[in-house]
Structure formats: C-alpha cells, structure tokens
Design a protein around this ligand. Structure first.
Ligand code: OXD
Ligand code: MN
Length: 596
C-alpha cells in the first residue's frame, strides 16, 4: 500500500499524492486553490474572523492586514533546515543533513493526523511567468490560510499549473503543516520544527512553522534550495540576488544582479531612487534571480517571484521611499507595531515614536524599555505590481541580459567601497569569501561576523564547494560573461559612524560600475582586485571629510592578510570538494602578502 514516506509524488501523480497526504494528515477537507481574487478575499475574511489577521485602518492602509505570530515563530530556523540528499557529502559541511528515509519516517509520524480539524489547501504555482522557458512549477499542500494568501502575492497561483503537471510537466512537490491539529490559536505552530528538502526527488516537507521563509515553500525552499540543485543539473544558476535595470541619462539600459545576505539592503537597492540627475532605476526583483545562458551567449535573469516579502524595520522615506509607497495598500504585515488609529509602525519608519502603540506581541508599547515595538524581522508582503519602480516589462519571459554581478555584505572595516574582480574565477573567489555582520533575518547573534558565500549559506541545496565549481564552469562555456564586483556600503570610521551615506547615493557606485562595463574609467590594480580612482567616484559634493573619503578605498596589508587567513580556514572546511581554481586564487593572494 502506498504511504507518504515511500512514494515519489511525480511517479504516482498529483491526484494520488494529494489523496495520500489528505488521508495521512486526516485533514477535515481538501480545497484545490484557483488563485482567484474571490478565493483571496474569502480566506482573508476567514483569517480576520479567526483573529489571525487584524484589519488595518482602511482609509490609511486600504486592503491591508496585520498578523502577529507566536513569539517563538518569527524567523527562518536554519538549524532545523535540512538538505536530505542521499549522500551526506552532497549536502556539504554547511547544511544540516539527515538521510532521506530517516527524515521521511520521522516526519511522516509528525504529519500523521497533523491536519485534523483543519482544511488542507492544494496550491498550484508557477515560479516565473508560466510560459517562460525559465519557469518551474510547484504544488504546495498547506493547512495554513495565512500561507495561501501570502502565496497568492508571492507566486503566480494558477490552476493551469495543475493541467500542465497532469500532462507531464516537471514539478516540485511541497507539503507544509503548522503542526497544530484542532488548534484554535490565532497563530498555530509547533515547538518542533523541520524544514526538509529532498533534492533528488524534488520535494520539500515543512512542519511546525508558519513564518514566511519556513512556510512559503516557493521562495527559499523551492526557488533557492531545490532550485540550485536543479540549476546545477540543468546548467543554470539559482541565486539569492536582486535584479535591477539602471538607465543612464542617455537612455542606455544596464541590467545588474546583486547578492547580499538577508537584511543588508537588497530591497532598498532594488528600488533605488538615484541621487544623480538623469539616472533611473527600474526594479525587476529584490530577492531571487534565476540566471541562464541564452542564444546570444549572454547570461539572462528572471525574477521567479511575484511579490516582495521584505523586512519592515528600517524602511522609511529616506531608506526606501519607493517601498513606502508600495506599502500604502494591499499589503500583509507580519509582526509590525500598530498605531492607536489602526495603522502600522516600525523602528526606523519615523524619528518620533507615535503615542499609544501596540507592540508586535499585541501589548501596550512602553517607550524607554529596551524591547522594540516591531519585531526586528517584521515583514511586509506586497504584490510586485504595486511597486512604483517596477519595470513595465519586469516579467518578460526571456529575462534580461546581465551586464554586471555585484556581491556585498555588511563589513564595518577591511573591505573597500567597491572592488572589481580580475577575472571570472577571481569573481567567484570574491563570492565564495563573502562574510557579513549578522542581522535579525535568521536566528543567531546579531552583529557577529559570519561567512556567507554568495549570500547562499542558508540557501544552497547541495555541497557549497560543488556550487562554486558549477559557477566556475561557466567560464568554460562560450559565453560573454558579466563583470563581477564587490561592494561594501557599511564601513564605519574610528568614531563608529557610517562613512558612506548609502541609499540613494549608492547610485554613484553603480554609475562607476557601468563606467567600467563601458571601459570609460580606469582602475588601480591591487591584490584585492581593481579599485576605483577616488576622482572617478564623483563624491566631492557629498562633503565627506578627507579621511572618510580615503577610508572608502583604503586597504591595509594587515587587515587583508587577516581576512585571507580567515578565508583560507573557511575554504579548508570543504576538503577535496574545493575547486582547484579557488585554491589557486587564494594562493595568488596569500603569496603577495608573503613576498611583501
Ligand atoms: C528573506 C531572507 O526573507 O533572506 O529574503 O531571509
Ligand atoms: Mn532573501
């Protein structure tokens, strides 16, 4: 007899798989979702009736709602996020691993009866425009209405996906349960959490959490972890990157993708309002890029998502006026604070803290106490169509040819404002040696430096060193590859003040980058890579002190030496899997410091 732990969903087919899961989880009823406005509205009404969503002041925030999670369910749970490849080595040293059979046995027990007293929804979704050659299809089974409405915004929920799957198209099968049968909690969840990926069988099983990154399975789970596995097999790249179009005053268009660790300003950069006259940014995506070679020998990228699931705290008229406009309507907020007149607020939105706030836990906010009003990882879910800077053709099924790729991170010292890689393999080395001071997007100690190669540490679905090998392999193909750069907006001076103004002024760095793409500006060669000449950055009008200006492009032998040692130690963890080209890149740079 079939049971959920021993079948392949793709082999038994969609209908039999759904039947088995419903039987196993003892769901009260099964609803096949159609992605319609009617479905969305009726689920929102249910969620409001249950108290999971609070309707916000409709004059101030039309069609917008607030969810307050259980205080224990506020972020991605990386230690509970498993890559269950058949061989442990294929998960690599950075991913928690368990053998697929063992994980499935364990989770099948958790799923047994998990949906009793609940409705099971079957969501058909396409990541990417449904007819794009780059799109991939998925189905998420979930017992959370909150997940269904968020999936409506973040993915393309289309019943046509069911037809295509039944007609033999490939798909990823995902199951999610909050693990709270018969519960009437406003935020049902379970203390025990597992977010498990089975790359070889294209499955995701998620149990115990309702939080976005753990529960909206099209996003991190399918588009990055399963996506990166598929990408390696099929010759493309699934990346934790924004995609933007930068338009020069002459009207020339450049497409740039950029990888930054979670909560380092990807959304702000994707929606940049350049401070420079005549320059313009159009947004294509803020979190995920699927990149693949096209017939012109160029790497072209699509944003597989359909909305933005961004960090609210820190978003303001200064940091991201575009997002502020986007959030004015049709937005689902999670764990932000509520004002006395039923609107939302979070730290960093305004200088003044409004009177009479209710904090993210639903308690009266007490100014002066160390606890924030909004959770530091409070989120918004907004449709891409509401973004004022969204490119008119953002969902072009063919994607956009990339002119530059940028890696970034949050480093208070030691990494200059911009560095250009010397070659594709040096660029891959830069990506592999990325590190960032930790933020609140995942559990962990905020501020600690953590290595986060390609900003993919929590998202790479296979051995990270093999992933670098896959990137390196693109230089063997006959491709015109984009230039690779590294940026750091977060340098702090001796008074611990940020040196670079960031936000709209980041346009100056982007302008320099396209200047390099066009061969219009020179670089100074250093063992780090190519650095800009200060005069070419066009920053005189920023009125920085001379020391701060110099600090932007400063590097010291001792700091770079220390950084290289840390990178050497980190890369050493990957043993035989470390590609030789990366060992050579490292040696080249270490040798410079030995010689000098
Ligand atoms: C995200 C993340 O939610 O990276 O995008 O955590
Ligand atoms: Mn992200």
């Amino acid at each position: 007899m079939n049971d959920i732990k021993s079948v392949s969903p793709q082999q038994i087919g969609l209908d039999e798989w759904v039947r088995l899961v419903a039987e196993h989880t003892k769901a009260d009823r099964v609803i096949w979702c159609d992605g319609s406005q009617k479905e969305y509205d009726s689920l929102i009404a249910d969620l409001v009736a249950k108290g999971t969503l609070i309707k916000l002041n409709q004059e101030k925030r039309p069609d917008s709602y607030l969810a307050r999670t259980d205080p224990s369910d506020v972020a991605r749970v990386e230690e509970r996020t498993f890559i269950c490849s058949a061989n442990r080595e294929d998960a690599g040293p950075t991913n928690p691993w368990m053998a697929p059979d063992q994980m499935k046995s364990l989770m099948a027990e958790l799923f047994e009866g998990a949906m009793q007293g609940r409705t099971m929804y079957v969501i058909p979704f396409s990541m990417g425009p449904i007819d794009s050659p780059l799109a991939r299809y998925g189905v998420e089974i979930t017992d959370s209405e909150y997940v269904v409405v968020n999936m409506h915004i973040m993915t393309r929920v289309l019943p046509e996906v069911f037809n295509r799957i039944r007609n033999g198209n490939g798909w990823v099968a995902t199951i999610h349960s909050v693990g709270a049968p018969n519960s009437d909690a406003t935020w049902p969840c379970n203390k025990e959490k597992y977010i498990s990926h089975f790359p070889e069988t294209l499955e995701v099983w998620s149990f115990g959490s309702g939080y976005g990154g753990n529960a909206l399975l099209g996003k991190k789970c399918m588009s990055l972890r399963i996506g990166s596995h598929l990408a390696r097999k099929e010759g493309w790249l699934a990346e934790h990157m924004l995609i933007m179009r930068l338009i020069s005053p002459e009207g020339k268009r450049y497409h740039i993708s950029a990888a930054f660790p979670s909560a380092c300003g990807k959304t702000n950069l994707a929606m940049l309002k350049p401070s420079l006259d005549g320059w313009k940014v159009e947004t294509i995506g803020d979190d995920i890029a699927w990149i693949s070679p096209n017939a012109n020998g160029r790497l072209r990228a699509i944003n597989p998502e359909n909305g933005f699931f961004g960090v609210a705290p820190g978003t303001s008229e200064k940091s991201n006026p575009v997002a502020m406009q986007m959030l004015a309507k049709e937005t689902l907020f999670t764990n932000v604070a509520m004002t006395s007149d039923g609107d939302v607020w979070w730290e960093g939105m305004t200088r003044e803290i409004p009177e009479g706030l209710t904090d993210w836990r639903g308690e009266k906010y007490q100014a002066g106490r160390a606890l924030p009003a909004a959770h530091p990882n409070a989120r918004f879910t907004s449709p891409a169509r509401n973004c004022p800077t969204i490119a008119a053709d953002w969902d072009d099924p063919e994607g956009f040819e990339l002119d530059a790729i940028i890696f970034g991170g949050r480093r208070s010292s030691g990494i200059p404002l911009i560095t250009e890689s010397e070659s594709w393999s040096h660029g891959v080395f830069m990506g592999a040696s990325m590190a960032s001071e930790q933020t609140a997007a995942a559990e962990g100690t905020v501020g600690e430096l953590r290595r986060d190669p390609f900003a993919m540490l929590p998202f790479c679905g296979y051995n990270m060193a093999d992933y670098w090998g896959h990137w390196l392999g693109f230089s063997d193909k006959d491709l015109k590859l984009p230039k690779i750069f590294r940026v750091n907006w977060f340098l702090k001076n001796s008074e611990s003040k940020f040196v670079w103004p960031g936000f709209s002024e980041n346009a100056r760095a982007l302008k320099w980058i396209v200047g390099r793409v066009e061969g219009q500006v020179e670089i100074k060669r250093t063992p780090l890579g190519g650095l800009p000449l200060l005069a070419d950055l066009g920053i005189a009008e920023l009125n920085l002190s001379e020391e701060d200006e110099a600090y932007l492009l400063h590097w010291s032998k001792s700091e770079v030496g220390k950084e290289l040692e840390a990178v050497q130690e980190y890369l050493g963890k990957f043993g035989d899997h470390l590609p030789e080209e990366l060992a050579i890149e490292l040696e080249k740079r270490l040798a410079f410091f030995d010689k000098n």
